[in-house]
Every structure is written in structure tokens, then in C-alpha cells.
Design a protein around this ligand. Structure first.
Ligand code: PLP
Length: 410
């Protein structure tokens, strides 16, 4: 690696060398990736959840190709922009106004800027051990960071950003008592990046109404969860109405695109220049073609069947480890879950931090990989299913889990 800093363009892509060889992906199709030696793996990292329709979905790929052939970067308005916005907005209830960006981090960044302009306040609250992108407002207190640990007993802050403990109602009440200039609270419908911690029943509603009572906006960060539980926002499915929402990943099935969504009332802040935004590549034809095509394919996905398949795999995981005398459990949903050691999945940020087991997850990655399954190499890593994980791919995955489990006692 002579020129590329750290040999990768994003930290999350680092996986260890195996038998002295670096893993280089050469091809990705449906539920599979191939390495540069031509070896095939079932993929469970799926572009960190981005390729929910599987790699190289034919409808999305065809739309991208056609857009590319007509010019990827014209610097003028083009018809696909509004068409993509309309198809996205038709899935997001009252959040009918759309700003396209290139990454989830940009979308969260713009959401924070919008909330500040709308409220005239500065402070942003995010979840300790949550991940909402790598931009400065929220790149603090992520899972595995010292601040995330400190948040067990304190309220770490950096600049105008404060940390809150997910699923801890008392902590939320205290925060709004202590602090009266909060512009917005940023949260995920499920704290995916801390190991798929589910929101307690009523927690999202509680924290949303608390924030609003104190004049703060609710930004639901659905970059990871949006369009993963149904063709729309997970928060809407859970009975929560955010003021602003960010989406990314699945909306372009792996093409670099994200969006900020809001109600016409709030998003009028862009029209009357209270909020500015720019971006050479925002809403480019290729990204918009991907969104429009992805929406049409997402409408056809049988989410219930997919969740069922994922739940079966989660059961198979537990059973495979039980057969070798190890307690293992999973947290999350059928198409996105984390595997933990122990009998019960963590139900709070605190437990997630206490239960993190880097050795277990590292070995699991290596053993799955030896047996033909690629997974995220992360302590809080997630396993994803795409709509293209068919019976064959799922069986290969289950077989690899069986062998991986055995390796823990060999
Ligand atoms: N928000 C959430 C919940 C995410 O999971 C991610 C990325 O994993 C981001 C924001 C940042 O998105 P991106 O990596 O596209 O900048």
C-alpha cells in the first residue's frame, strides 16, 4: 500500500489479512461477493446495509447505466431530480419535501443545520454509542469511544453536542431540565450501530414528545433503518412522527445518495434562505436514477418473508452455538442483527457497552470467512440480509455458522 492512506478509503472497511493475504473484493452480485482469487462468499455486510436489494440489482443498474450514458454531471436541473424526490416522498407520509445529498453524514449534518436555523438554538443531542455519521456535530461518543463509556455515569459533551443514554427515560428528563437551548435530538429507530439495540416500547414516543415540549426538534436518523423494515421510514411503522428524517443506503441500493426529508412547513427554511446548502454532486442524474429505480423495486419486496428468513437464521445461529455448549443470542430484526455472547440480548446502551466482546466478534468474522461468508469486522457489527438472499445463500450462511461455532471449541 504505497499511496492510499491506510490502504482503505473508510475505516469501517478494514478486515484482517487471512493466511497472509489481503481481502480484495473483485465482484458483487445479488447476495454474493467474489474476491480477487475468484472465491465466492455469501455477503452479510452488504455495503454496510446499503445494498438492501442485493448487489447489482438489475433494475437499479439499468437505470444507472442509462443515466450515465446521458451525462453524469450536467450542472443544470434535470427531470430525474423531481421524479426521484416524488417517488421517495410518496413513501414518507407528511415528510414530503426532499433535499438530496451524497452521504448519510451530509444528510445528518444538514438536518442539524436546519434544526439550528429553525429553533435559533445551538445544542444537538445524540445517543451515546450511536453513530450518525462522521461529521463534526455528531462524530463524538460513538460505540467503542471513551466518551461512550464515560456516558455511563456522566454527560460528556463536545462543543455543542451532548450525549444521551438510549432507553433511559430519566436521563432524557434530566437532560432537558439541565439544558434549555437544545435545537434537536438525533436518534435512530433502533440503535443499530451500537449492536442493534431495540427501542423499549414507547421510548421513541416518550423522548420525541419530551423534546418537543422543550422546543427541540426530533431528527430521526434513518440512514440505516429507512426502507429496511418496510418501504418507508421505520419510525412511521413504529408510530413516531419525526420533524426531520435522514435516509441513505437503501434508497439508492449502494449508489452514493442520501436525503434530508421534512414537512413543507419546516423545509420552507430552504426556500426563504434561512438554511443554505450546496454540493456539486447533490441530486446528480445517476443518484436520482438509482433512487427512482430502487423505490420501484422496494415496492415489490416481500418484507414479511424476508424478516421470517432472517429470524430463522437468527434461531439457527443460537442453535449452532448451543450445540457446542455456548450461549449466544441476537438482537435486532430479521434483516439486520448483531450476534452477542450470552443468553439475552442487551436492551440498553449501558448493557451494549458492558457486553461488547471484541475477541468473540473478531473470531466469528474470521471463522465465517474461512467458511465462505463475509461479515463486518466490528465489535458492534451487524449481519444484513438482502432481498436477494435466497434459500441457497441462506443455507450456505447457516452451514458456515455451524462450522464457525465448532471452531470456538476445537
Ligand atoms: N447515520 C447512520 C444511522 C448510519 O448508520 C450511517 C452510516 O453507517 C450514517 C448516518 C452515515 O452515513 P454515510 O456513511 O453514508 O455518511
Amino acid at each position: 500500500m504505497q499511496h492510499l492512506v491506510c490502504g482503505i478509503s473508510s475505516g469501517g472497511r478494514a478486515v484482517p489479512d487471512l493466511d497472509g493475504r489481503r481481502f480484495l473484493v473483485a465482484n458483487a452480485q445479488g447476495p454474493y461477493v467474489w474476491d480477487d482469487l475468484g472465491r465466492r462468499y455469501v455477503d452479510t455486510a452488504l455495503g454496510f446495509g446499503a445494498t438492501f436489494l442485493g448487489h447489482t440489482d438489475p433494475v437499479v443498474t439499468d437505470a444507472i447505466r442509462k443515466a450515465l450514458e446521458k451525462g453524469s454531471m450536467p450542472a443544470y436541473a434535470h427531470a430525474l431530480e423531481e421524479e426521484a424526490a416524488a417517488s421517495l416522498a410518496s413513501h414518507t407520509q407528511d415528510l414530503t419535501k426532499v433535499v438530496f445529498l451524497n452521504s448519510g453524514s451530509e444528510a445528518v449534518h444538514l438536518a442539524c443545520r436546519t434544526a439550528r436555523a429553525l429553533t435559533g438554538r445551538q445544542k444537538i443531542v445524540k445517543m451515546a454509542a450511536g453513530y450518525d455519521g462522521w461529521f463534526d456535530d455528531v462524530a463524538f461518543g460513538n460505540a467503542g469511544s471513551p466518551e461512550a463509556k464515560m456516558a455511563m455515569n456522566n454527560r460528556p459533551s463536545k462543543g455543542d453536542t451532548l450525549l444521551l443514554r438510549f432507553n433511559d427515560r430519566q436521563d432524557a428528563e434530566l437532560l432537558f431540565q439541565e439544558c434549555d437551548d437544545i435545537a434537536a435530538i438525533v436518534l435512530e429507530p433502533m440503535m443499530a450501530n451500537a449492536g442493534c439495540i431495540l427501542a423499549d416500547p414507547g421510548y421513541l414516543q416518550f423522548v420525541s414528545s419530551l423534546a418537543r415540549r422543550h422546543g427541540a426538534l426530533v431528527i430521526m436518523d434513518e440512514v440505516l433503518m429507512g426502507f429496511r423494515r418496510h418501504a418507508g421510514l421505520a419510525s412511521h411503522l413504529m408510530g413516531v412522527n419525526p420533524d426531520l428524517a435522514t435516509v441513505g443506503k437503501a434508497i439508492g441500493n449502494g449508489v452514493a445518495v442520501a436525503a434530508l426529508l421534512g414537512t413543507p412547513e419546516l423545509m420552507s427554511a430552504f426556500e426563504d434562505q434561512r438554511v443554505n446548502r450546496a454540493g456539486t454532486y447533490n441530486g446528480n442524474p445517476v443518484a436520482c436514477a438509482a433512487v427512482k429505480a430502487a423505490m420501484s423495486v422496494l415496492d415489490e419486496v416481500d418484507y414479511a418473508a424476508l424478516d421470517k428468513a432472517g429470524d430463522q437464521l437468527r434461531r439457527q445461529t443460537v442453535e449452532a452455538f448451543a450445540r457446542v455448549g455456548m450461549d449466544v443470542c441476537t438482537s435486532g430484526y430479521g434483516t439486520v442483527f448483531t450476534i452477542w455472547r450470552g443468553k439475552d440480548a442487551p436492551s440498553s446502551y449501558r448493557e451494549a457497552v458492558q457486553r461488547a466482546d471484541a475477541d468473540f466478534t473478531a473470531k466469528l468474522h474470521v471463522e465465517l470467512r474461512r467458511n465462505g461468508v463475509m461479515s463486518m469486522y466490528s465489535t458492534y457489527g451487524r449481519h444484513y440480509l438482502s432481498s436477494r438472499h435466497d434459500e441457497d445463500a441462506l443455507q450456505l450462511w447457516a452451514d458456515a455458522l455451524e462450522l464457525a461455532a465448532q471452531s470456538f471449541v476445537d
